[in-house]
Design a binder for this molecule. Sequence first.
Ligand code: UDP
Ligand code: MG
Length: 315
Amino acid sequence: MKLSIVVPCYNEESVLPRFYEEIKDILHQLNTSYEVVFVNDGSKDQTQHILQTLSEQDSLIKYVSFSKNFGKESAMLAGLSYSSGEYVLIMDADLQHPPSLIPAMLAKALEGYDQVIAKRDRSGEKFTRSFLTKLYYKLINSLVDVRLENGIGDFRLLSRRAVDALLSLKEYNRFSKGLFSWIGFNEAIIEYKNIIREEGASKWSFASLLNYGIDGVISFNNKPLRIAIYLGLTVTLLDILYVLYMLIQITMKGIDVPGYFTTIAAILLVGGLQLFFMGIIGEYIGRIYYEVKRRPPYIVAKTANFEKETEREKI
Ligand code: UDP
Ligand code: MG
C-alpha cells in the first residue's frame, strides 16, 4: 500500500523546512511506502529552491512546478493527477493541517472509507471571518445541490477510486469543496482543533474570499437563474396589479398628476433587479466562455523524481 501526500505551495519558504521535518517523522512511523508530491504554484520566493534541495536529498520527495501562479484549485488537481498511491492525502504546507492527524486518518481509510475528512473547529479565528463563514454556509447550502459544511476544507484522505472520480471531472472552473461532495462515496470525519498560521501569510484577502464564495454558489447549479425567474415573475405580477389599480383610479377619479415617487421607485427597483440578474447571467456566460476555450487548468514548468512514464503520460 502506498500513500501519496499532495501539498500545494505558494510562497511557503518560511514553513516548508519545518513541514518536511514533521511529515517525515510521521511517515517513518507509519510503516507504509509513501511519496510526497509538492506542487509549487508559481511561488515568487525560495519555495522552488527548497523543493529542489529536498527532492535531491530524498527521492520520495517529488514536485511539480507551475509556470506561474494558477491557484490552489489547479495545484490540487495537478497533485492528484501526478500522485500514484492507493491513498492520496491533500494537505496545506502551512502546518495548519496537523501532520499528527495522518495515522488516524489512514487507519480510518483502511476501515474502508473512501473519503476521510479532517474537520476543524474555528477557534481562534477572527470574529468577522468566522461569523461571515457561518452566514455563508447557511446561504450556500440553501442554494447548491451538494452539501457543504463549515470547517470542512481540502484536508482529506482519498481512496484511489475517489481520486480517479475527481480526475474524471474535466471542468475548468473547479470548486473542490463541492466536487468532493459531488463524487459521493462513503466518508468519515475526524475533528481537530483549529491552528493559527504561525509563519507566512494567508493568501486569502476579504475580496478573494468573497469571490470564492460566489464561485461556490455559481459553479454548482443554476439555481440563481431560477431565482431570477421567480423574482422577475413576482415583480411583473406586482407591476400588473399596480397598473390595474392605477387604471381603475384614473377611470374613477380622473388623471392625477403627481406620480414622481412611484415612477422613480419603480425605475430604481426594477433597474436594480435587472442589473443584478444581468450580472448573474453574465457570470454563467463567463464560465461557458472559459469552458469552451478548453485551456489546461495549469502549465507545468518542471518536475522532479517522478518516474519517466508517469511524467510522459501527463503531458
Ligand atoms: N496555495 C496555493 N496557491 C495559491 C494560494 C494558496 O497553492 O494561489 C496554497 C498555500 O501554499 C497553502 C494552501 O494553499 O499550502 C492554503 O493557503 P492559505 O494558507 O493561504 O489558506 P488558508 O489556510 O488561509 O485558508
Ligand atoms: Mg493556511
